[in-house]
Ligand binder design. Structure first.
Ligand code: XMP
Length: 513
């Protein structure tokens, strides 16, 4: 796929992915690469521009991550952000020192004044708020550079050498707190680097379809469809490319939410693909009968899933390609190292060992989650599939504490549906990253009508997070919680008490098992 590329060179800053997102939002493809990337690799990518990220170090510390000086001779424009700006200064003859008095050390929102003759600030207001976070400052600006922005405390908030296309800003244009920050990045891309804006979802879709067609030829392609966003979009894309050479196996383990299996099936009916719904509900339930240990449940589901998938795969004979819905964050966040196993995650990603095929196709490898969603819409997938919140591979089995039975699953499904329905009615989805009901294994005494009840306690869980590694519990308005509680107790048999989980992760995890 040929499109103009910008490299975001990672010096350890916390907003690196955000910079990449901003560049792509401006219609330019970009990749985050470690600062140790070799010059040959950088040249091979033929970038139209390079962005140095921020980072926690001080450029004058000999142990700090440094730029290869050759990078300044490539003839490629560079934008340095925060630490990246100081790297430019440090390497090109300026001097960076630790701020000794508090006034030069800037954190947070800072009133800033810009020289709008500089290409970076062209067409933007001459004054605005920027988001600062630096303890070092440029005492001496390198030769050939001009000062193009200042704050009340700091004379050199931004520097540039327009002849060489080098720009540096002490603040973070990528964060929302910086007014017009994205416009400044856009100016760098379009006014300095000569970007054409060739990264659009429409173009991406067309190119991806062409590439898949060329690669696959007349071969057979297999995909494990979970109904999650990534595998659904990957399936839709490959379906558009090679139609009935594709077989999508959707293993319905009977642990899906209300109507979910039917919704997935309906969404894929429109493509002329071999959509196989392996109805294995009874098999999974029988294997889970009497099992209460969370890890045992996860293991059983993972193993059975592979068996069912394998049996379906065998029916189509030799498979040439296996499609996986790997997305960009999966690629860069790989390798958990020696981290302790908290839960054995069940992912379709474990399949290659079990199915014989020639090659893997990962058509979403270059996309962020929101880009995957945009592509899904381009391909005509319904909104409820495109916007689905994460749903764990083992499904409701790990939200139905203790033994999993058809009756308990049915109770949970109904309660979970009411929770989601009320959240949608209150338009709260945007504030909740993942929300669901958990059927605890605890029963308590209640009173309904004039009679005593002894029924299950249902827990509501909602978290707000960007990476799902840590998460805060969502402050859902009380009136919404109240409506959910009243409806569930009235409409769902066998639940007489509702609790709301107010633990963050850590110490809790998002799922209960
Ligand atoms: P925890 O409970 O570990 O969950 O805090 C973090 C995120 O991962 C999801 N999750 C899974 N996803 N297979 C998956 O594909 C799994 O086995 C699995 N277990 C948990 C969970 O829903 C949350 O988004």
């Amino acid at each position: 796929m040929s499109h103009q590329t910008v490299i975001v060179l990672d010096f350890g800053g916390q907003y690196n992915q955000l910079i990449a997102r901003r560049v792509r939002e401006c219609g330019v493809y970009c990749e985050v690469k470690p600062y140790t990337t070799s010059m040959d690799d950088i040249r091979a990518m033929n970038p139209i521009g390079i962005i140095f990220t921020g980072g926690p170090n001080s450029v004058y510390d000999p142990k700090s991550p440094q730029a290869n000086p050759e990078i300044f001779r490539l003839g490629v424009p560079i934008l340095g952000i925060c630490y990246g700006c100081q790297l430019l200064a440090h390497n090109l003859g300026g001097r960076v020192v630790a701020a000794t008095d508090d006034s030069a050390r800037e954190y947070g929102k800072t009133e800033t004044y810009f020289n709008t003759d500089c290409k970076l600030f062209q067409g933007l207001p001459a004054q605005g708020i920027t988001w600062m976070s630096h303890g070092d400052y440029m005492e001496k600006v390198p030769e050939g550079f001009s000062l193009v922005a200042h704050s009340d405390a700091c004379p050199n908030v931004a520097i540039c050498d327009e002849a060489r296309g080098f720009y540096g800003v002490q603040y973070h244009p990528e964060v929302n707190h910086t007014q017009h920050g994205t416009d400044m990045i856009r100016n760098f891309l379009y006014e300095v680097c000569g970007a054409r804006g060739d990264w659009t979802m429409g173009d991406y879709k067309e190119t991806a379809i062409r590439t898949i067609r060329e690669k696959v030829g007349s071969g057979k392609v297999l995909l494990a469809l979970s109904g999650g966003v990534d595998s659904s979009v990957a399936a839709a894309l490959v379906a558009e490319a090679v139609g009935n050479q594709l077989t999508c196996v959707f293993v319905d383990h009977g642990l899906m939410r209300l109507n979910e299996g039917d919704e997935v099936e309906a969404a894929f009916k429109k493509w002329d693909i071999n959509f196989v719904r392996a109805n294995a509900q009874d098999l999974f339930l029988s294997k889970l009968a009497g099992v209460t240990d969370p890890e045992r449940k996860r293991k059983i589901i993972g193993e059975e899933f592979i068996r069912v998938f394998e049996a379906e795969a065998k029916k189509i004979g030799q498979v040439d390609y296996l499609v996986q819905g790997t997305i960009y964050p999966d690629v860069i966040e790989s390798g958990a190292g020696d981290a302790a196993v908290i839960k054995s995650h069940h992912n379709v990603g474990g399949l290659p060992d079990y199915v014989d095929f020639k090659e893997i196709i990962e058509p979403l490898r270059m996309l962020f989650k929101d880009e995957v969603r945009a592509l899904g819409r381009e391909l005509g997938l319904p909104e409820y599939l495109v916007m689905r919140q994460p749903f764990p591979g083992p499904g409701l089995a790990i939200r139905c504490l203790g033994e999993v039975t058809p009756e308990k699953l049915e109770t949970l499904r109904q309660a979970d549906f009411i929770f989601r329905d009320e959240v949608a009615k209150a338009h709260l989805e945007g504030t909740m990253s993942q929300y669901f009901a958990v059927l605890t294994n605890m029963r308590s005494v209640g009173v309904m009508g004039d009679g005593r009840t002894y029924d299950y306690t249902l827990a509501l869980r909602s978290v707000t997070t960007s990476d799902f590694m840590t998460a805060d519990w969502t402050r859902i308005p009380y009136d919404v919680l109240d409506r959910v509680s009243v409806r569930i107790v009235n409409e769902v048999p066998h639940i007489n008490r509702i609790v709301y989980d107010i633990t963050s992760k850590p110490p809790a995890t998002i799922e209960w098992e």
